[in-house]
Design a protein around this ligand. Structure first.
Ligand code: ATP
Length: 314
């Protein structure tokens, strides 16, 4: 089996260098939270598989080609003959402001269903990584994620969940209703500080949300703090890791890189502080390079940017 199985929608992103209504050149990129994590692990030498659906056209072919070039196992990616690729336009409106326009409703990726995941899950991955994006895509995708989480947890497979709240896809209430039960299957939950109450009671603060998750069987709650680094909560207390100081040129994808770093450390059997150190190092690689995943390190490059965990176990 593979080290990590993840599933969700991989979008084709078209990036402008100026206002979109003026036209001009667009560059084409593969993007997606789950594919970012899969690429992050693959670059570090782990066997990562992505399952899901892509369109049966040149755009689907592009996505498959990118994944394969990165060494991601695509055996579980199906081509959907009836649905288009999900698209995302990134409009560089000003030097400081980038706007996002999605064309993803009814896409191939959003039509994911339980049957798409049976084979990949039966292959026995060591880790199953879920995001809070996939259940927002459609009823069938939500059912598929819930099914996979339950199956993996009952088989004793480590499940990780990145809350990854997307305002454009659903309300906080709808997200909470879907994600709170999912968190109960996870042993690792990753969230930004402002996402924690999506897997807890509305308005819950960090300590309350974390206490609830640990009580429900989650082993590790990772709270991403952007340029302030991250905190890891376990039953033994909380560890803080400072961010690695780098020149940030593009912060998109930092969270997925962080998660990939953490999961890589988990697969390598590192202790919590070292897992967190690898996580903040990968986050730094992501923000220090353009693109969501392009700057992620191979294993021999890890030492180029190294995190240091200043925190102590309280
Ligand atoms: P995104 O949604 O853009 O992927 P996120 O909000 O999920 O990001 P962040 O908290 O912004 O995640 O970043 C994840 C991790 O990346 C942080 O915990 C930190 O370790 C690292 N990171 C983020 N911003 C910076 C920065 N400016 N400099 C160095 N490291 C950073």
């Amino acid at each position: 089996g593979v080290d990590l199985l993840t599933f969700g929608e991989v979008l084709v992103s078209l990036r402008s260098t100026g206002p979109l209504h003026l036209g001009g050149p667009l560059t084409m990129h593969m993007v997606g939270a789950e594919s970012n994590v899969a690429v992050g692990l693959s670059r570090l030498g782990h066997r990562a598989a992505l399952a899901g659906r892509v369109s049966d056209d040149e755009l689907g072919e592009f996505v498959l080609r990118e994944l394969r070039a990165e060494g991601v196992d695509t055996d579980g990616v199906r081509r959907d003959p009836d649905r288009p690729a999900g698209l995302m336009f990134l409009e560089r409106r000003t030097a400081d402001l980038t706007r996002v326009v999605y064309r993803r409703a009814g896409s191939a990726g959003s039509a994911l269903d339980v049957d798409d995941l049976r084979g990949p899950l039966a292959a026995g991955p060591r880790l199953v990584h879920l995001t809070g994006i996939t259940p927002a895509l459609s009823d069938s995708a939500r059912a598929a994620v819930t099914w996979a989480a339950r199956e993996a947890a009952s088989a004793g497979t480590t499940v990780s969940l990145d809350v990854n709240y997307r305002t454009r896809l659903w309300s906080r209430e709808a997200a909470r209703a879907a994600l709170t039960p999912l968190a109960g299957y996870a042993s690792v939950v990753v969230a930004s500080a402002d996402e924690l109450d999506l897997v807890a009671e509305p308005g819950a603060d960090e300590d309350t949300a974390v206490a609830g998750l640990l009580r429900r069987g989650v082993h590790t709650v990772l709270v991403k703090l952007g340029a302030d680094g991250a905190r890891a909560h376990t039953r033994d207390g909380v560890v803080h890791a400072a961010a690695v100081p780098v020149t940030a040129v593009d912060t998109v994808g930092a969270g997925d890189a962080f998660t990939a770093g953490y999961l890589s450390g988990h697969l390598d059997g590192l202790d919590l502080a070292d897992r967190l150190q690898r996580a903040v190092a990968l986050g730094a690689f992501a923000v220090a390079a353009h693109g969501d995943w392009e700057g992620l390190p191979r294993r021999d490059e890890l030492s180029l940017i190294t995190g240091s965990v200043a925190g102590t176990t309280l």
